[in-house]
Design a protein around this ligand. Structure first.
Ligand code: FAD
Length: 485
């Protein structure tokens, strides 16, 4: 008897190292599908105390996803298959398709976060009602949960002990090869034109000031690895450059492809191992894997703590923080108009490109959560909309961590002014995203980072009148930002 399978792509938009695709390809016939769930795109109500609404997917990620799907479809076609893209609730769409092609089984990626798990379970129930099996595969982390020293639901809540045990006791599995793809089932509906997966969200074109224009898809992801690791030879010095702020290559910039699953972290690890064998093994090659273990850490934390990770009081159940709710203050932060140039540069870069560096994210998040004490979940939701590399566990996990309600009991507040001085010493980052301050940077980089500290005649000469050309520091930031001469 002919067996028929569906492979549903989720955050695994690739052919390389894709165990879900390998398992599904054991069938005689295979239908590859991607479902755009409108609930992940449109407005969402964030529940709990001080609930609020926000738009979940913005134009940068909409464009990136569209490009990724288009590339996936092309690659599947090159292998004699195709990709069907449908819009609707997966639990409605998938059983209908399964019935149309008489499928016996659906294979899909397992994901750790609450909504994704609920959606998967609903798909499983709807298929089971029709006698169709659902098989899940964990494919998006460096380490497989079955290889961890302990079950993922009891991993350590602090990164360092987690990492040390993983480094000492676990290996990374080898990537799996691209399988031969079975032909499409009889009765497969016509794939037609790729529908705009995100409906009403207009795709945002790349901004020419971006350090690296991100184009979605596995093809570009593999090119980026080649470009960064081999052609650019950047693993010689990644550890020293990774805190940079301006340019294409201070860090790997793999995150958008990793988040959409266009790139497998195990493939990255295999390329690092090859680089170590053929060129050099050093602190930098180690450090890229160290960062990928941060990524793993948050994925397993969400598996462990579930929905508690998204609550305002976090996994530490902190009720002692008096979170404020001030719409004007929030807008100033979101619009890059706080009057603190280092943070404004970060927020403007994020809005214009969908990306800003890790260092910039940390400082922008800390100003909102620790200095202004505005509800951190609003900041995280704003990032969710804008980030081209948005991943629920990495985003909410990092936010909660910085806000002091997550995976660390230490105070994670950043001294934004001294961070600016240390990491943007020449104020190139500030001058790029707050060009009105560039003339001050030309006189003295410190004046661009703290324009209120520049002598009045210097500001006049540079054409920077505070409150007119660039905002004065917003209220609520404390003494260090006051006393404008
Ligand atoms: C408030 C805040 C929100 C964030 N939201 C996201 C998000 O939604 N999606 C996302 O992928 N990253 C997020 N990060 C983590 C980090 O900022 C980005 O992964 C990194 O900037 C991506 O650039 P890169 O690929 O050049 O990183 P590199 O420095 O080259 O690191 C290599 C890879 O390691 C992983 N990584 C590095 N640092 C972290 C980290 N702190 N947490 C998790 N993974 C990490 C990423 O997959 C990254 O691609 C967030 C950080 C903060 C402080």
């Amino acid at each position: 008897m002919t067996s028929t399978a569906i492979v549903r792509f989720r955050r695994d938009l690739r052919l390389h190292d894709n165990p879900t695709l390998v398992a599904a390809s054991e069938a005689d016939r295979l239908l590859p599908v991607y479902v755009v769930d409108p609930r992940r795109v449109g407005e969402r109500e964030y529940g709990g105390p001080d609930s609020f609404r926000y738009q979940r997917t913005g134009g940068h990620r909409a464009r990136f996803l569209r490009e990724s799907l288009s590339d996936l479809r092309e690659r599947l076609r090159e292998h004699g298959s195709d990709l069907l893209v449908r819009r609707g609730r997966p639990a409605d769409v998938l059983p209908e398709l399964a019935a149309a092609v008489d499928a016996d089984v659906l294979h899909e990626q397992a994901l750790p976060t609450t909504e994704e798990r609920e959606t998967g379970a609903a798909v499983g129930d709807a298929l089971a009602a029709r006698g169709i099996a659902r098989r899940t595969h964990w494919t998006h982390t460096l380490h497989h949960p079955d290889d961890l020293p302990v079950h993922p639901t009891v991993v350590d809540d602090t990164f360092t002990p987690f990492r040390e045990r993983v480094e000492a006791e676990c290996t990374v599995r080898d990537p799996v090869a691209v399988p031969d793809l079975p032909s499409l089932p009889v009765g497969t509906p016509a794939a037609g034109e790729l529908p705009d997966p995100l409906g009403s969200v207009p795709a945002e074109p790349p901004d020419e000031r971006a350090g690296l224009p991100f184009r979605g898809g596995e093809t570009r992801a593999l090119d980026r690895v080649e470009e960064y690791v081999w052609a650019g030879d950047h693993l010689r010095e990644y550890r020293e450059t990774r805190n940079g702020l301006v340019g294409a290559d201070y860090s790997a910039k793999f995150s958008p492809w990793l988040a959409a699953g266009c790139l497998s972290p195990r493939y990255v690890a295999s390329e690092v191992a090859r680089y170590e064998a053929e060129r050099v093994a050093n602190d930098s090659t180690y450090w890229l894997l160290f960062e990928l273990r941060w990524r793993d850490f948050f994925q397993f934390q969400f598996l462990k703590h579930g929905g508690q990770q998204f609550r305002r009081e976090g996994i530490r159940s902190r009720t002692d923080i008096d979170w404020r709710w001030d719409e004007t203050a929030f807008r100033r932060w979101a619009d890059g108009e706080t009057g603190v140039p280092f943070v404004d540069a970060a927020m403007r870069e994020l809005a214009a490109t969908g990306y800003t560096s890790n260092r910039a994210r940390q400082n922008a998040a800390s100003l909102l959560a620790n200095d202004l004490r505005l509800d951190w979940r609003r900041g995280a939701a704003h990032f969710e909309r804008l980030l081209v590399d948005y991943d629920p566990a990495s985003n909410y996990g990092n936010w909660a961590y910085i806000a002091g309600v997550g995976n660390d009991s230490r105070d994670r507040a950043f001294d934004v002014l001294s961070q600016g001085e240390r990491y943007d010493t020449d104020s190139a980052f500030v001058a790029r995203w707050c060009p009105e301050l560039a003339p001050l940077a030309a006189v003295d980089p410190a004046f661009a980072r703290e324009p209120w500290a520049a002598p009045r005649d210097v500001r006049v000469e540079a054409g920077v009148e505070l409150g007119l050309d660039y905002p004065r520091p917003m209220p609520g930031l404390g003494d260090r930002y006051d006393g404008i001469p």
